[in-house]
Design a protein around this ligand. Structure first.
Ligand SMILES: [Zn+2]
Ligand SMILES: [Zn+2]
Length: 214
């Protein structure tokens, strides 16, 4: 059975997700740990649950979501994976990070890029990548159809949507991504966003002021 652990990291309070099952294999989505104690917290969770990280995924590559990339790579030997449209963000991460006061090195580059609708596996689980631009180019949501949840980064929040004023952000594109790629999922699908509390597709469809026109 799948288990979902959320750890909240760095001053931007990013949700780092660790998905795992009885096989011990796990997927880390958005490695946001920055401070040493945050890296230790993540590693403590992995080691005390005897987990083996096999997937290292980004929902998108804004600096607050990728700060722990090199830590994950050095500790567990797995390079990050995401959509190729995120490449420029990864290339610029060190400079962006410095602008926000983060002291980071150049990020290790993905070796393999994820295609829209590609299915990724860890343990007995499957995640389908769904390309959802609008908040940032290359944004991917990871949908687990069997277990009825989606990890959606900064595309959709509990009662909100991602900001569109950053480079490659575009309001119409974002609303279109949400309407055509997320709100078409079943209502009971749980939404795990990049910041804040979880929600469901059905709740957001009826209550999210950015989507209902209220
Ligand atoms: Zn973002
Ligand atoms: Zn974010």
């Amino acid at each position: 059975m799948i288990q979902i652990k959320v750890l909240v990291f760095n001053p931007f309070q990013v949700n780092t997700y660790i998905l795992y099952d009885e096989t011990g294999e796990c997927a880390i989505i958005d490695p946001a740990c920055y401070e040493t104690f945050e890296e230790e917290m993540l590693h403590e969770f992995i080691s005390s649950n005897k987990l083996k990280p096999v997937l290292h995924l980004y929902t998108h590559c804004h600096i607050d979501h990728v700060l722990g990339t090199n830590f994950i790579y050095e500790k567990y030997g797995i390079k990050p994976m995401t959509h190729i449209d995120s490449k420029v963000f990864i290339q610029n991460a060190k400079a962006h990070g410095t602008g926000f006061g983060f002291n980071i090195q150049e990020l290790v580059m993905p070796e393999k890029w994820i295609e829209d609708e590609e299915v990724l596996s860890f343990g007995k689980q499957k995640l389908k990548a769904i390309l959802t631009p609008g908040h940032a180019n290359g944004s991917l949501c990871y949908y687990d159809e069997k277990n009825e949840f989606v990890v959606c980064g900064d595309v959709l929040f509990h009662g909100g949507i991602g900001r569109t004023d950053l480079p490659t952000g575009d309001y119409e594109t974002l609303i279109n991504s949400i309407n055509t790629k997320l709100l078409t999922l079943p209502d009971n699908v749980v939404v795990f966003p990049g910041h804040g509390d979880k929600s469901t597709i059905g709740f957001e469809k009826s209550n999210n002021p950015f989507l209902t026109g209220m």
